[in-house]
Ligand binder design. Structure first.
Ligand code: NCD
Length: 341
């Protein structure tokens, strides 16, 4: 795909070569994210962060990524304080906002809303999550993390064995990650969910017709043996018609050190898009795994900055200027040990 000036709305836009290109650019962002170098290539540029659903890491890491490239960030984080609460259409909001910005990152509770907004926008729009539909930048950072973790074990993405656990019906991070993994060869998917929360048929069918192996399972212990990656997710409570219904699925799958030791291969990488629901009633990924070196959840969040920097640099066409304008930082920088979780 041609990245320059493009919206990033769905992982369907990316072929394997595009994904690998994003990863190569993300690798080059490391010295900036690690505070060894500074670049100001986006000096004067404005990112509008429009987040109409709760978000911490997606919103802040989009903002940090833009700041690290020298740009400025404007935040609109509540639908109630935006004119959308006065009945303004996405069309009008997009026409207005795009006049104030060079790029827009947007999250919205409805599937398809970010694409609708993008159609009226005069600047590139990046989907930060549209309802239960997609979360393309999360899938890219997840896959970038998988690539690094596998490389450290002398393996590649091709032939990967992955278990995706939890609410696979409403989990947009899972939807985008499955589709993106589908671009690679011979992936073994164990999709572990309650029977009512299985992954959407179109996603499963597409993986099967691309000759990946897909097992749909309902018991945790059946799905987490013999995998390289254990990707745990939260029940997406906010997508259920009622709290009562959401309550039924909370706490069904509980990954902790004991379960890990008993059922997983010793080197299995543990991932989660976060936030993990640490309330006792849910607790899908226990804090007793925090010292486990295979827990990659904070490596994922760090990688999010690199991938989002890459997307901005590619969409705004400054990739080749980033290193040319680099200089050393001149303040105290804390040691960032990427090996530690
Ligand atoms: C995910 C999301 O919002 O879809 N979070 C994130 O962006 N890292 C997953 C979730 O909320 O459970």
């Amino acid at each position: 795909m041609d990245f320059v000036g493009s919206h990033i709305l769905s992982v369907d836009q990316f072929d394997r070569g595009d994904v690998e290109l994003v990863f190569r650019v993300a690798d080059r962002m490391e010295p900036f994210a690690a505070r060894q170098k500074i670049t100001r290539v986006l000096e004067g540029a404005i990112l509008s962060n429009m987040f109409f659903e709760p978000s911490t890491r997606t919103r802040v890491s989009f903002g940090s990524a833009f700041n690290l490239l020298g740009g400025e960030v404007r935040e609109t984080t509540d639908i109630k304080v935006s004119a959308i609460s006065k009945g303004e259409s996405l069309y009008d909001s997009a026409r207005v906002l795009s006049g104030y910005s060079d790029v827009i990152a947007m999250r919205h509770p409805e599937a398809g809303s970010v694409a609708e907004f993008a159609r009226a926008s005069r600047v590139p729009v990046i989907n930060g999550g549209d309802g239960p539909n997609e979360h393309p930048s999360q899938a890219l950072l997840d896959l970038y993390t998988i690539r690094k973790e596998m490389a450290a074990r002398g393996a590649t993405i091709d032939g990967l064995r992955i278990a995706l656990v939890g609410d696979l019906k409403f989990g947009r991070a899972v939807h985008s990650l499955c589709k993106l993994l589908g671009r690679f060869n011979g992936i073994h998917f164990n999709l572990v969910s309650p029977p009512e929360l299985t992954a959407p048929d179109d996603i499963v069918d597409a993986l099967k017709s691309a000759r990946h192996s897909v097992n749909e399972l309902f018991r945790l212990e059946d799905g987490i043996r013999d995998v390289d990656i254990l990707y745990v997710t939260r029940t997406q409570e906010e997508r259920f018609p009622s709290q009562e219904e959401a309550d039924r699925y909370r706490g069904l799958f509980h990954v902790n050190q004991h379960i890990y030791t008993e059922f997983c291969e010793p080197n299995t990488v543990i991932m989660h898009p976060l936030p993990r629901d640490s309330r006792t009633i849910a607790n899908e990924l226990d804090h007793d795994l925090d010292q486990n070196p295979n827990l990659a959840i904070f490596r994922q969040t760090d990688n999010g900055v690199l991938v989002r920097m890459a997307l901005f640099a590619m969409v705004l066409d400054v990739v080749d200027q980033v290193e040319r304008s680099a200089r050393d930082v001149n303040w105290y920088t804390a040691k960032r040990d990427p090996g530690r979780t």
